[in-house]
Structures are given as C-alpha cells and as structure tokens.
Design a binder for this molecule. Structure first.
Ligand code: ADP
Ligand code: 5GP
Length: 204
C-alpha cells in the first residue's frame, strides 16, 4: 500500500534541501514532479525538478481535468498530474509531494490518509538569510516570498507534523522518522498482517 507524503514550507525554509537528502536516503519514495508555468531556476533540470510548460498548455490540462490538485503561487501555476498518483498506486510505491498549502488542502480531501509535514526555518531573519544565500531570486521576488511566508505559516495547524529546519541533518532525521513510523501505522499494515494471521488459522 502506497503512502502519500505532502511537504510544504515557506519558500527558502530549506524544503528542497531536505527533500533532496531524504530521497537519497530513502530510494523507495518517488518524488512527484509537478507541472509549472514558471521558468527553470539555477541548476533545475526539466523533468526532474518540474515539467515546465506554457500557460496555454497548463490551462488546457486544467480544462481536461488532468490535475489531482493545482494552485497559483507567486503569479505562476503549479499542478500535480493525476497520473503521478495512479502510477505510484499501481507500483505500490510511496509518493512525496512538494506542494503549497492550497495544494495540501485539496489533496487531503482526495486522499484523506495522506500525511502532511510542514517545514519551518527557525525565524524570519534566518528565512531571509536563506533566501538571499540561494541568490537565485531578484530582490523584489525575495520581498514577495517573505511577505507570503507569514500567511503560509498561519496554516501550520492543518498539518500532521512540523519540522524546524535548524540543522539539516537533524531535520532530515526527523523527516525520516515520520516516514518510517507512518509506513508501519496499523491501518497500512493490514496486507502484511493477514497472511501472518493465516498461519495461526484459529485466530481468524
Ligand atoms: P526551499 O526549497 O524551501 O525554497 P532551499 O532548499 O532552496 O529552500 O534552501 C534555501 C537556502 O537555504 C539554500 O541556499 C540552502 O542551501 C540553505 N539551507 C537549507 N537548509 C539549511 C539549513 N538547515 N541551514 C543553513 N542553510 C540551509
Ligand atoms: P518554487 O517556485 O519555489 O519551486 O515553488 C513555489 C511554491 O509552489 C512552493 O511552495 C511549492 O511547494 C509549490 N508547488 C510546487 N509544485 C506544486 C504543485 O504541483 N501544486 C501546488 N499546489 N504547489 C506546488
């Protein structure tokens, strides 16, 4: 049975850094590659970070009901294609989605047992420092992302887990603990338990 993990954070909190490290340590998780109308940034590789599409293509997919969830973030459109979840289910693989708070709300309605994790930088000052350190965004973009962060953080209570990204190694450790614990949640273990109980015939 596949587990769905949603990870959200204000931009610059270090979410991509944590996700990259987690995927290295947990190869059994698929990363959901979203569609976006924004331009590639820095070292981003098309097809790995995102599928980059025009606004026209995105709108066409939206009209064809191809998205599991979608949102407009910082003036660009982002969406998770339905096929991503269908494929993960068919292959019995866990899926990790890096989506915003609007996407989390939509997805929790469609996949109620999805596990959501909110990542926070230790403070606003640290967040600003990280946005600048990344030096991939113009000053106006940094200011817009900082202003948006306050609004996004208000939604933390909708999430199952909160991880403060102070030291990367500790934060990755927490993320890995969440994933490992959720994998053995009783409801997800039924398929494993049944054949074991069958060996004790009289218990059934
Ligand atoms: P996000 O994906 O949340 O927008 P990034 O992963 O791109 O954020 O991180 C923003 C910047 O902060 C990057 O330069 C990254 O190397 C740095 N960073 C991430 N986590 C930490 C941390 N725990 N301590 C110091 N710097 C960090
Ligand atoms: P960035 O442009 O920094 O990569 O992402 C901006 C925001 O869009 C982040 O909060 C990221 O989680 C969110 N995002 C990326 N892909 C999707 C998606 O498919 N759906 C939604 N709802 N948000 C997304």
């Amino acid at each position: 049975m596949s587990c769905v993990f949603i990870i959200s954070a204000p931009s610059g909190s270090g979410k991509s850094t944590l996700v990259r490290e987690l995927l290295r340590l947990e190869p059994k998780i698929d990363f959901s590659v979203s569609y976006t109308t924004r331009q590639p940034r820095g070292q981003e590789v098309p097809g790995e970070s995102y599928q980059y599409v025009s606004r026209e293509s995105f709108m066409e997919m939206l009209n064809n009901d191809e998205f599991l969830e979608w949102a407009e973030v910082f003036g660009n459109f982002y969406g998770t294609h339905q096929s991503v979840w269908l494929q993960a289910q068919a292959e019995g693989r866990d899926l990790l989605l890096d989506i915003d708070v609007q996407g989390e709300q939509q997805l929790k309605k469609k996949i109620p047992d999805a596990v959501s994790i909110f990542v926070l930088a230790p403070s606003r000052a640290v967040l600003e420092q990280r946005l600048r350190a990344r030096s991939e965004d113009a000053e106006a973009v940094i200011q817009r992302r900082l202003a948006a962060a306050a609004n996004e953080i208000r939604n933390y209570h909708a999430y199952d887990y909160v991880i403060v990204n102070d030291q990367v190694s500790e934060a990755v450790n927490s993320l890995q603990s969440v994933i490992r614990a959720e994998r053995v949640r009783r409801q997800r273990m039924e398929d494993r338990i049944r054949p074991i109980l069958e060996t004790f015939g009289e218990l059934l």
